[in-house]
Design a protein around this ligand. Structure first.
Ligand code: ATP
Length: 651
């Protein structure tokens, strides 16, 4: 996810060189020049045998005859006839005096011609007869052309194919002739505009990566003491936490070229392409050293080899690509000035060989930003926005727990869009609130047709969530309840999750109760449930299984966890526990959910009047905020934690 990706042109490998069409005119002119004399060559006057006999032979003007290829007879006149009135014209030519042939006529065969000539010269003494020569001539022009044309056609077809295959494509690897070439995008040093100023929060990570900038800028400071510069740094963290951004900032700060490629770009349909692309990438990087190679989503190639290959569709191709990457990382000298940065959402799935010292030695963990970090990220993304004075970044940060940097960037953009749609001059607080709601629950769908009965049921469902969660101490504080359809949901309750690292068993249990509060309210009020609780049931089931199988909260299952941090078991058909344990797990999960459901019902029966009041308020107002909730339900008794919202939610 990267909505500020700096598009920088300039693929590393160029496609096939474009054929210069201007050049072909030169060849055409040369050939034309060569053949011009032939083309403009001597023009021989064509006559018939009868004309020859009557007008030329009878006047005794013929010097000699030449039979060519048994087909044509060339007639050469005596030079003494050059000034003769009848022949004057044929002696003139473009290229000076015409040496002959001056006339030509066709014959059926040389035998018949001999016979005719003998008959015509019957009376002439043998010594005075016209000399006749027989020759064979091949037309070299036609020969040459018949040779050239097939080659020219082949050449044109090849050029056309090359242009089709490589034309318009930027990355070398996208052309059919460039499969093995790396498809990495090169960001030249002067063009990388991202700096550490654009990265908010992530202080610990920044300290670590700043060191890499120092390595790249002043390698001597380290090498003269005998230190080795690290080869690989892996950035691990949930999506949108700024891994790509951080890598770009390193390149921007160090002012070195930056090759960016995604792990999946190595993998192609054809065997051996991945490995060859890895080789090509490192070759190019070494040429540009000092530089950075950034491999995004490295898990596409770096997943553990061997295990689960059958089910994961794991193949030799991916493994050979990974092997090549390992080899290259071993290969380039520690001080060659190429540093590989890689990003992954799950480092636990990566091959241990990739993470060992000497390869990706450094692991930098990025986490979802805390409140202060979110505030800083809001500030970074608000820089280009035109906002009014009502905006308090601290308040916005408090409203967005669990949001990643990318989510916050998205909220800022959405807020600007909301303001633009309303034709406002400045972006206000309400635009940000609408943007947050939109990102959390989708756009309001006021046009959705809902019957009054449905509306009543939705109101009780949401009121059920609100009442149960309000009365249980350990559930996150509720800030807003709405029955306006948004995205796929018909109503929603907004909680403000606290940033806690640990959650106790009772917190989990109360959360189950609050999630089932909606369905329980439907049962208590209408005597039957509806299909509207699908999302709640899904959440509850997942959470209950997690409680039993991962966190060891169940007494019968005991302190056992079937959590698989390597992700290998996702692909496996076999469960890590016996069938009997499986049955026990299902049974305990069911018990847990039923218990929570009964507890939610009990709370609602006890506080039925609160439920009714809230549902009524929802039906009339459609959206109610914390103040309305406090008015109906009274001040909330909070658990161990303090509420993180410093201000009142806007009405
Ligand atoms: P993914 O794993 O999905 O590739 P990522 O961790 O690489 O995600 P980025 O592409 O770096 O995430 O972040 C997406 C966008 O989120 C950035 O372009 C930036 O606008 C914003 N962002 C994320 N973290 C921060 C941060 N710490 N400071 C400022 N902006 C941030």
């Amino acid at each position: 996810m990267n909505n500020r990706r700096h598009k920088i042109k300039g693929p590393v490998p160029q496609g096939p060189k474009k054929f210069k069409w201007n050049g072909i005119w030169l060849y055409i002119l040369l050939l034309g020049g060569l053949f011009l004399p032939q083309l403009l060559g001597k023009q021989v006057t064509e006559i018939t045998w009868q004309q020859f006999q009557k007008d030329i032979l009878s006047r005794n003007a013929v010097a000699r005859l030449e039979v060519v290829n048994n087909e044509t007879v060339n007639v050469y006149l005596k030079p003494s006839f050059a000034n003769d009135k009848q022949f004057k014209d044929v002696f003139k030519s473009t290229w000076g005096t015409n040496e002959g042939p001056h006339y030509a006529f066709s014959i059926g065969s040389s035998d018949s011609f001999d016979r005719q000539l003998n008959d015509a010269e019957k009376t002439v003494p043998a010594n005075d007869r016209i000399p006749v020569t027989y020759i064979r001539k091949s037309n070299w022009l036609i020969n040459v052309i018949s040779w050239i044309i097939p080659f020219a056609l082949l050449f044109l077809a090849w050029t056309y194919l090359m242009r089709r295959a490589g034309g318009g494509m930027t990355g070398g690897g996208t052309s059919i002739f460039n499969f093995g070439k790396s498809t990495a995008t090169l960001v030249e040093k002067s063009k990388s505009e991202v700096t550490f100023d654009d990265v908010a929060g992530l202080e610990e990570a920044q300290i670590e990566v700043r060191e890499i900038v120092d390595f790249l800028k002043n390698p001597d400071t380290f090498t003269k003491l005998g230190a080795k510069i690290p080869k690989g740094v892996i950035l691990v963290g949930p999506p949108g936490t700024g891994k790509t951004l951080l890598a770009k900032a390193v390149a921007g700060e160090a002012q070195v070229p930056f090759f960016s490629i995604s792990g999946s770009e190595f993998v192609e349909m054809f065997v051996g392409v991945g490995a060859s692309r890895v080789r090509d990438l490192f070759r190019q990087a070494k040429e540009k050293a000092p530089c950075i190679i950034f491999i995004d989503e490295i898990d596409a190639i770096g997943r553990s080899r061997g295990k689960g290959a059958f089910l994961s569709g794991g193949n030799d191709e991916r493994e050979s690509t990974l092997n090549q990457l390992l080899t290259e990382m071993d290969g380039f000298g520690t001080n060659s000035g190429v540093i590989v940065l890689a990003a992954s959402n799950r480092a636990d799935m990566l091959d241990p060989a990739l993470l060992r010292p000497g390869r990706f030695d450094r692991h930098i963990y990025l986490e979802l930003p805390n409140m202060h970090e979110r505030e800083a990220i809001f500030k970074v993304h608000m820089r280009p926005l035109v906002t009014d004075d009502s905006i308090d970044t601290r308040f916005l940060a408090a409203q967005t727990p669990g949001f990643s940097g990318a989510d916050i960037a998205n909220i800022c953009n959405e807020a600007a869009l909301f303001a633009a749609r309303k034709k406002e001059n400045k972006i206000g607080k309400q635009d940000f609130m609408d943007a947050i709601d939109r990102v959390v629950a989708g756009l309001e769908k006021k046009s959705k047709i809902i019957t009054p009965e449905e509306k009543q049921r939705i109101a009780f469902h949401e009121a059920g969530h609100a009442v149960v969660s309000w009365l249980l101490k350990n559930v996150d504080p509720l800030v807003k309840v709405s029955i306006i359809p948004r995205g796929k949901s018909l109503g929603a309750a907004w909680y403000l999750p606290e940033e806690k690292q640990l959650r106790t068993e009772s917190t989990f249990h109360e959360h189950l109760c609050a999630t089932l509060g909606g369905r329980a309210a439907e049962q208590v009020v209408f005597g039957e449930v509806s299909s509207g609780a699908l999302d709640d049931l899904e959440k509850v089931t997942n959470e209950a299984y997690m409680m039993v199988t991962y966190f060891g909260f169940n007494k019968k299952i005991g302190n056992t966890s079937y959590y698989d941090s390597t992700g290998q078991r996702d692909m496996s058909l076999q469960k890590p526990y016996s069938e009997e344990t499986g049955r026990l797990i299902d049974e305990e999960v069911r018990k847990l959910i039923n218990g929570a459901y009964e507890q939610a019902k009990e709370i609602l029966v006890q506080h039925r009047s609160l439920l009714d009041q809230l549902a009524k308020a929802l039906q009339t107002k459609e959206v109610i905020y914390k103040e309305d909730l406090e008015e109906i339900l009274g001040k909330r008794e909070t658990g161990r934690h303090k509420e993180p919202v410093p201000e009142k939610h806007p009405a």
